[in-house]
Design a protein around this ligand. Structure first.
Ligand code: GDP
Ligand code: IMO
Ligand code: MG
Length: 435
């Protein structure tokens, strides 16, 4: 066994939660390394559905330790609410959850600051989740953020948080964002939340180092996706954290030398929520069909997800950045009713065909996808768990994705539940997850 990263290979919502839940059994610690409660990871177990935002999905497995690493931005009130929901479902959060004392704290006034960029005329609206993620990471980089350890230090916290909120309010007012803020009430709420979370906060880098020393295995659970990565994604239409594999190290304090493999999760098609260029977006009835069959509505904000065709250059770029040689192709069943399925194999930009990812959104917006159209299978694949039972055209479709990306599809998901999964014998995926 080893330490592996599971991450989104596209623009998020690829089905990371399902995969983490599927594989968590074989790991001891399941570790989030970036993002915050902008994430929404859905796990379906029988009639029960869980949507996890901050807490790693592995917590649903009794006895596993779920770790919120230093790379996250944590809204203590949102975390408290989520922990309460999990406890109500019978999960032993007090024993299973650990929170880094170095994770950053999200304040309500971070959301106020976010309104400046998202709602003030003349600014480029990213279409964020409005959870205060970006402004909290800004404060982290600006070295004025408040960390979980600071929140627990009552003497320090109150003065620091008042100063930071005053700064946020001043900036918001200057841009005409004049929502009422009850600073005293916020301070009191945060101090109360701090006491409830105190037993769970620790030095998680030291915790994980000790765990590895005693032979335990770690599963890193990425949030968002490669194309939303702050550095490598479709900047500025990205999130504010490092969603790529490198983030697993900086976001947890686990050295890169201890990470053994990465698995990319990709839908059989592609979706994106929020603004930004999207070369293969299907703005027609077929896009609607995917959205409806795939229930492609945001698990955090409920926004309809933009839907489109599998983008091979994008996936290749993602594999290059993250170093994955195997991918999980999810939601194959969603495509059951399509007679023909286009796959983007290149971008035509200014008359030239390329498979490279442009570095600017201006250039990406000019990209016309070059499609190869494959026959659909027009039969039900939902729930199939054996490769040989998939229709020939579906196998051909998956094989075509492999050929175009150079990445093995070691696992295929045919439904939201654990059992609705094809694991391919002899694959790298099996070697990584079973070895
Ligand atoms: P995440 O953010 O990557 O964890 O993905 P989300 O949970 O936001 O979105 C994925 C959605 O697809 C969830 O509602 C899952 O239950 C669902 N899902 C995952 N895999 C499959 C699949 O293979 N087929 C279908 N039909 N739904 C799936
Ligand atoms: P999971 O982990 C899909 C998108 C937002 C917006 C951009 C920036 O469930 O895959 P932010 O609030 O992070 O500053 O918004 O990123 N976004 C996601 N899209 N899945 C997610 O998470 C996302 N988290 C953020 O829609 O375009
Ligand atoms: Mg999601």
């Amino acid at each position: 066994m080893s330490n592996i990263v599971i991450l989104g290979a596209q623009w998020g919502d690829e089905g990371k939660g399902k995969l983490v839940d599927l594989l968590a059994n074989r790991f001891d610690y399941i570790v989030r390394y970036q993002g915050g409660h902008n994430a929404g990871h859905t796990i379906v177990i029988g009639t029960k559905k869980f949507v996890l935002r901050l807490v790693p999905s592995g917590i649903l497995h009794p006895g596993k330790i779920a770790v919120i690493g230093n790379g996250l931005v944590v809204d203590p009130l949102a975390l408290h609410e989520e922990a309460g929901q999990l406890e109500a479902a019978g999960i032993d959060v007090q024993r299973q959850l650990c929170i880094s004392n170095r994770a950053q704290v999200v304040l309500p006034t971070h959301r106020l600051v976010e309104k400046i960029s998202e709602a003030v005329p003349g600014r480029v609206a990213i279409g964020t989740t409005l959870r205060g993620m970006g402004p909290t990471y800004e404060d982290k980089a600006g070295r004025r953020g408040i960390r979980m350890g600071d929140l627990l230090d009552r003497d320090y916290f109150e003065g620091a948080v008042r100063a930071l909120m005053a700064d946020h309010i001043t900036r918001a007012r200057a841009f005409g964002v004049d929502d009422a803020v009850d600073v005293d009430a916020i301070v009191a709420q945060y101090l109360e939340a701090a006491e409830r979370l105190r037993p769970l906060v620790c030095d998680t880098a030291a915790l994980l180092a000790g765990a590895m020393k005693s032979g335990k295995n770690l599963l890193f659970e990425g949030a968002q996706g490669t194309m939303l990565d702050l550095d490598h994604g479709t900047y500025p239409f990205v999130t504010s954290s490092s969603a790529c594999a490198g983030g697993a190290s900086t976001g947890t304090g686990v050295p890169p030398t201890k990470i053994d493999a990465v698995i990319g999760i990709s839908k059989a098609y592609i979706t994106r929520v929020g603004g930004g260029p999207f070369p293969t977006e299907a703005l027609d009835a077929k896009g609607d069909l995917i959205r409806n069959r795939g229930h492609e509505f945001g698990s955090v904000t409920g926004r309809p997800r933009r839907c489109g065709w599998f983008d091979a250059p994008l996936l290749k770029y993602s594999a290059m950045l993250n170093g994955f040689e195997t991918m999980v192709v999810t939601k194959l069943d969603v495509m059951d009713e399509l007679e023909e399925i286009p796959v983007c194999v290149g971008y035509k930009i200014g008359g030239v065909v390329t498979t490279e990812m442009p570095s600017t959104v201006r250039e990406l917006a000019k990209a016309e996808p070059v499609y190869e159209v494959l026959p659909g299978w027009m039969s039900r694949t939902e729930g199939i768990s054996d490769w040989n039972e998939l229709p020939e055209a579906a196998k051909r479709y998956v094989t075509f994705l492999e050929e175009q990306t150079g990445v093995e599809a070691g696992c295929i998901s045919t439904g939201p539940e654990r059992t609705q999964t094809v694991r391919r014998a002899g694959s790298k995926f099996e070697a990584i997850t079973q070895g």
